[in-house]
Design a binder for this molecule. Structure first.
Ligand code: 5GP
Length: 221
């Protein structure tokens, strides 16, 4: 659900990482750990119509807005993408992303697969990462141990997860979160590899490139 556009390869210095996963897979913990380790990576704070949970603060986890405000933002084309996820609306504001990647910040979007696929259509060089659980038994166990949801809600989340993981085939990278440290290592490796691409290296080490006579601005992606 977004304004259609052909994918553009932006020449922004910052990278856009889009991380999706079914509920209970450990996506939020992995992204949080990445940001604690790497100050060049920032979150994108989405807008949502759902109510804040527990200690959540407006402007930190989400911008919490009412239905009318969300609808007004949709009609003003303020969202890069938005989706209805489990009965609530969530959207990524266009301005928040462009401002950050234009100034060289790497931005992580922790959004559902519908939003991720919309971003892929808009930004040809966005990096899409899907987190998988190691097995259905383990995912069920994690949802039960989390003790946040009733049995019925857990069943709904598992049913949704079966539908969601099929989308992993459309993502660039897949991380299996069996051991947290291993999965975090994998996530860091993806971020690091992105920074070693020709265009990024040329931007960061322009003197070395010029000294070596490497003046081409073209790269394979
Ligand atoms: P929760 O309500 O548990 O924080 O999030 C529910 C789902 O909505 C998660 O899969 C989360 O990643 C996703 N989500 C959060 N923000 C956005 C957004 O801006 N766009 C989309 N498409 N999904 C989002």
């Amino acid at each position: 659900m977004t304004a259609p556009a052909s994918p553009s390869v932006t020449d922004y210095p910052g990278n856009l990482y889009v991380v999706a996963a079914p509920s209970g897979t450990g996506k939020s913990s992995l992204v949080k750990a990445l940001m604690e380790l790497d100050s060049r990576v920032s979150p994108s704070v989405s807008h949502t119509t759902r109510a804040p949970r527990g200690q959540e603060k407006d402007g930190r986890e989400y911008h919490f807005v009412d239905d009318a405000t969300f609808e007004a933002m949709v009609s003003q084309d303020a969202f890069l993408e938005w989706a209805n996820v489990h009965g609530n609306c969530y959207g990524t504001s266009r301005q928040a992303i462009d401002d950050q990647i234009a100034k060289g910040t790497d931005v992580v979007l922790e959004i559902d697969y519908q939003g991720a696929l919309q971003i892929k259509k808009l930004y040809a060089n966005a990096v899409l990462i899907f987190i998988l659980p190691p097995s259905w038994d383990e995912l069920r166990g994690r949802l039960e141990r989390r003790a946040e949801d009733s049995d019925d809600v857990i069943e709904v989340r598992l049913a949704n997860a079966r539908h969601e993981i099929v989308q992993a085939q459309h993502f660039h990278y897949v991380i299996i979160n069996e051991l947290f440290d291993r999965a975090l290592f994998d996530l860091k490796a993806i971020v690091h590899a992105q920074r070693l691409k020709y265009a990024a290296q040329r931007r960061l080490h322009s003197e070395t490139f010029t000294g070596l006579g490497l003046t081409s601005l073209d790269s394979i992606d």
